[in-house]
Write a protein that binds this ligand. Structure first.
Ligand SMILES: [Zn+2]
Length: 217
């Protein structure tokens, strides 16, 4: 994870200066934003509060997306020193316009929205806006295979590919934005994976590594 020599050097420097934060436990709820460097990543766990998102096989999308996003934040902060803000760090409702406006006013350099799919399919797919910058296309091309690779470190997962969509959080954000749909909650075999903490940790590793790759960290 921290094999990048520059990141390692930076970690040593911060460590020597006593500035390196103690490692965060996955799921730690802290005031936003946290992190130490100039790269600002906005993580958006889909749904929350009165909006459960998709439900199936005893699972609710809002809980899975929050768990994956918190784990991703921990990795980005601890391994790369990324400054991370989240649309929510607990089970509360956030409107779509809150999510895009909050990221825009904070000045994020990348927005990543994390969701779980439904509708009878299986596997992983990810989205960028229908018409977007080459920077966003390149970030999408770096992030997608990293997430898939994280998932495949634990289980066999279908690659549904890179897609475009006219989603609010992709259209209304002023920075590069990607939305991931991490397996299908209404498919028993996908849900069985999503119920496993080690699989959610692998999804988070994929997101963190993909974001680091995409931003050249
Ligand atoms: Zn969703």
């Amino acid at each position: 994870m921290s094999g990048n020599p520059i990141s390692r050097r930076r970690a040593l420097m911060f460590g020597a200066a006593g500035l390196l934060a103690a490692p965060l436990a996955a799921g730690t709820a802290l005031a936003d934003p946290i992190g130490t460097n100039a790269v600002k990543v906005y993580l958006d766990p889909g749904h929350g509060g009165s909006d459960p998102g998709a439900v199936g096989n005893g699972l609710q999308e809002k809980n899975l997306t929050l768990d994956i996003a918190l784990r991703t934040r921990t990795l980005l902060v601890n391994n790369w020193g990324v400054t991370v803000r989240m649309s929510r760090t607990s089970d509360i409702y956030r409107s779509l316009s809150y999510r895009s406006s909050d990221a825009n006013s904070w000045g994020a350099s990348l927005f990543v929205s994390i969701h779980i799919n439904a509708g009878g399919g299986t596997g992983f797919e990810s989205f960028r806006y229908t018409s977007t910058s080459s920077r966003t296309v390149n970030i999408h091309r770096a992030l997608h295979p990293a997430v898939l690779s994280g998932m495949r470190s634990v289980a066999s997962v279908t690659d549904r590919g890179l897609k475009t969509a006219n989603f609010h959080v992709l259209r209304e954000t002023s920075m590069s934005a990607i939305l991931t749909e991490n397996l299908f909650i209404d498919r028993a075999s996908d849900a069985a994976l999503l119920a496993r903490a080690d699989f959610r940790a692998a999804i988070a590793r994929g997101h963190a590594q993909g974001i680091a790759n995409a931003l050249g960290l």
